[in-house]
Design a protein around this ligand. Structure first.
Ligand code: FCB
Length: 469
């Protein structure tokens, strides 16, 4: 099975600035929207905040040494806009210097830096001018991107504009579950479009800046995608609900970037909520820049019904971010008979294979794909022997990597896999309640312990363990 991975297949792990760095107010960094949101009572579980997180800002060399021990080829991290341009005015040299040290440390250890510019931590100062609902933020994002390139462009070749714009628009501006915590569907759709615009503007600017580099830049975007599975495939109401969710969660994000257009059925579905009005002439040409890769984040599929939730026997969680657009009585998410992680997310490795193959077939012009996030949360404990035995996560990882291999055999051009996450960390609205790391972090002492799943991942990378369990 391991033989089906291309020779230069990239094995990595991923993190995000706000989830690990801490030092939230050090060396010139000012509040991001997540700092502010986490101070709102009830917004984040247990009142947790990213103030200290896992102190990566101060422990970066130790964390890079862990990556080296695991044998990672690449490390996917994000830069914090609120650290680089805290008030979105002057550039904070001390903040950029941290990322410069990180990049040097990675390169000295033979690890490819894979940089993401936006993993949700907008400077609060930009939020106060309207955040992503304001078109101007797209232009500010481009300026921030070029400021990062000015300092790191001589050493960083792989650039991702956005991580999961679905979350930083719909979940943040419509569902109110993520910072800035708004419940305004029209603002959410404006945020979608302005993030797309920011992607296009930054891609074009980086492309131009990179033209002089010895090695051409690799520029892409990371989307979180799902397969919307109709609960009853013979029921036209369920089929239509699945179509709507596929439009709203997948195609609204892929198609402007890859095809240069919004799906017509999606524009109809959200008519009256202002999306068409914020799309100005020329925008789609800017958004539709050639990209070198598509990052795919995959955690689970979504079984969808178009019937009121009452018809479904058990509904553990509704997804309120769908409701402003399709009506909460219109779409529901019946649970399926599959194992679940501590997030209550389905474990369904074949869904990853199916998604990668579907993208390949549906979008012939798609660039190579990288799985930029995949992983699982379980309730880990440090055992008396000092180790963390997490067999469920090991099985999860092996099965999902085997699913990627299968997708490649079926024709998907997948060039790498980044496990989420290197370290246990601040899991957004869940705070420190949910652990996704292959390295355990004791939040009192900040002691790091490689979990059994981390050792297994290292063995897979080294070719000593087959992913097929
Ligand atoms: C993704 C996010 C990442 C992490 C994982 C569990 O949606 O990109 O930061 O929270 O989920």
């Amino acid at each position: 099975m391991i033989d089906s991975f291309p020779p230069n297949f990239l094995w990595g792990s991923a993190t995000a600035a706000a989830q690990i760095e801490g030092a939230a107010h050090e060396d010139g960094k000012l509040d991001s929207i997540w700092d502010v949101f986490s101070r709102v009572p009830g917004a984040v579980a247990n009142g947790d905040t990213p103030e200290v997180a896992v102190d990566h800002y101060h422990r970066m060399p130790e964390d890079v040494a862990l990556m080296k021990r695991l044998g990672l080829d690449s490390y996917r991290f994000s830069t914090s806009w609120a650290r680089v341009k805290p008030a979105d005015g002057a550039i904070n040299k001390a903040g950029l210097a941290f990322y410069s040290r990180l990049v040097d440390e990675l390169l000295e250890n033979g690890i490819l830096p894979w940089l993401t510019l936006y993993h949700w931590d907008l400077p609060q100062a930009v939020q106060e001018t309207g955040g992503w609902a304001n078109r101007d933020t797209a232009y500010r994002f481009r300026d921030y991107a070029t400021a990062v390139h000015d300092v790191l462009g001589d050493r960083v070749t792989h650039w991702t504009t956005f991580n999961e714009p679905f979350c930083s628009s719909l979940i943040s501006y419509a569902a109110g579950e993520h910072a800035p915590g708004l419940q305004d569907p029209a603002a959410a759709l404006a945020a979608v479009h302005h993030q797309h615009l920011g992607h296009g503007l930054a891609t074009a600017a980086l492309r131009e800046l990179g033209a002089a580099s010895a090695e051409p830049l690799q520029i892409g975007i990371t989307l979180n995608l799902t397969t919307a599975i109709p609960n009853d495939p013979n029921d036209p109401v369920d089929l239509d609900a699945a179509r709507r969710i596929d439009g709203l969660w997948n195609r609204m994000f892929i198609e402007p970037v890859v095809l240069g257009e919004y799906p017509a059925d999606l524009l109809d579905d959200v008519a009256g909520l202002g999306l068409s009005e914020v799309i100005l002439p020329g925008d789609l040409e800017i958004i539709h820049q050639p990209i070198d890769f598509l990052g795919v984040n995959y955690y689970h599929d979504d079984c969808v019904s178009g019937h009121p939730v009452e018809r479904v026997t058990t509904v553990p969680t509704d997804r309120p971010y769908a409701s402003p657009f399709v009506g909460s009585e219109y779409v529901s998410f019946p649970p399926r008979d599959l194992p679940h992680t501590a997030m209550d997310w389905e474990v369904n490795p074949d869904g990853l294979r199916a998604l990668l193959v579907r993208l390949t077939l549906q979008y012939p012009t798609l660039p190579p794909m990288y799985v930029t996030e995949n992983g699982a949360s379980y309730e880990d404990v440090v055992s008396d022997d000092g180790r963390v035995h997490d067999p469920d996560r090991t099985t999860f990882i092996r099965e999902h990597i085997a699913a990627v291999a299968e997708a490649i055999l079926q024709g998907a051009d997948v060039r790498g896999y980044f496990l989420w996450s290197l370290l246990d960390n601040f899991e957004w609205a869940w705070g420190f309640d949910k652990r996704f790391g292959i390295v355990h972090v004791d939040y009192d002492t900040q002691v790091r312990t490689i979990k059994d799943s981390g050792l297994a991942y290292a063995a897979i990378i080294a070719g000593a363990l087959s992913p097929t369990p």
